[in-house]
Design a protein around this ligand. Structure first.
Ligand code: ZN
Ligand code: ZN
Length: 321
């Protein structure tokens, strides 16, 4: 078991036991699923609200507030922030300010959630339970801190999830609350956090970044495109993180669609130089793989001995021609 999952190291890592207990209790609400009879429509609600709020995090909190990857109106900016906040991952300014630091110090001792530095569970979710991370440096996010409504939303970040859960209960009762909130939010949280933990550990590396970021197809599916994390660490300001057609990126597809209606605009794309460098790196990797398998084949042939023959018998038959 990882040492960061024991109580003592958590105290050392400034994770207060009170916050940890509260967090576990909130997580445990997913077990209420056993109090509700299964219906496909309820599962549809959970999945739908998973992806809507994931979009709030990926397109809103991440690509927009953290990286200015596109432009939008002040109204839609607030809507993106509100949908993101419905995920219960604190406020957009808090999130983006800490995320900007993640890019600045990625996988070094100063990175707030590096699996390389502090292990899987800490990078996955324990880091945000630290009380010394409750605050953020507003200078890091002054481009959005200038909007009073954003500062308000950030301060009252608990209002969107609270009003969302009340709405669920009023519309569909206990069953809707359990599936639309408890179940959906549980998977949404862990889905998002895989980018802090797994996307710095499992997957391939196209670009030689100074951190351990990876590209991972499975993570890209569950996070609507965030799994192309090595691409993202190499060039963080683009609206798409899947740089090639086969790198599925649903957040980008939706942003592209919204741009057709003029809801968002100026979607930033990776420069040609970045794409060409990616292609060249892919080619080199392919060639290296091919050479490796050729060498392995040759070695296997060299070492191959017909059944029932001893090595000296093989040598003798070779000598006989
Ligand atoms: Zn990262
Ligand atoms: Zn980022």
């Amino acid at each position: 078991m990882n040492s960061s999952s024991t109580v003592e190291p958590m105290v050392k890592q400034n994770v207060p036991i009170l916050f940890l207990t509260l967090f576990i209790l909130i997580e445990a609400t997913v077990l209420f699923v056993f109090t509700v009879d299964f219906q496909w429509s309820l599962l549809g609600l959970a999945v739908g609200m998973y992806f809507l709020r994931m979009f709030g995090i990926t397109a809103g909190y991440h690509r927009y507030f953290s990286h200015n990857a596109f432009k939008t109106s002040r109204v839609f900016q607030f809507i993106l922030g509100w949908i993101g906040a419905m995920s219960m991952q604190k406020g957009p300014l808090w999130w983006a300010a800490h995320h900007r630091n993640h890019h600045r110090y990625s996988d070094t001792e100063l990175d707030i959630h590096s699996p390389k530095q502090k292990g899987f569970w800490y990078s996955h979710m324990l880091w945000f339970l630290r009380d010394d991370y409750n605050d953020y440096d507003s200078r890091l996010i002054k481009d959005y801190y200038k909007y009073p409504e954003m500062v308000w939303l950030d301060r009252f970040h608990w209002l969107p999830p609270l009003s969302y859960s009340i709405a669920l209960y009023l519309i569909g009762g206990w069953a809707w609350l359990v599936y639309g909130y408890a179940v959906s939010t549980f998977f949404l949280g862990h889905g998002t956090w895989t980018i802090n933990s797994l996307a710095h550990v499992i997957g391939s590396r196209r670009y030689e970044t100074k951190d351990d970021s990876r590209n991972n197809f499975f993570l890209a599916i569950i996070t609507m495109g965030e799994g192309w994390h090595n691409n993202h660490h190499h060039y963080a300001h683009s609206a798409n993180q899947g740089f090639f057609w086969y790198e599925v990126d649903f957040s980008y597809y939706i942003l592209k669609l919204l741009s057709l209606f003029g809801i968002v605009w100026d979607l930033k794309m990776p420069p040609v130089k970045v794409i060409e460098e990616g292609k060249a790196n892919d080619r080199l990797k392919k060639e290296a793989k091919l050479n490796k398998s050729k060498n392995t084949d040759a070695k296997t042939k060299e070492n191959w001995i017909p059944q029932g023959m001893k090595p000296d018998m093989v040598n003798a038959s070779i000598a006989e021609g």
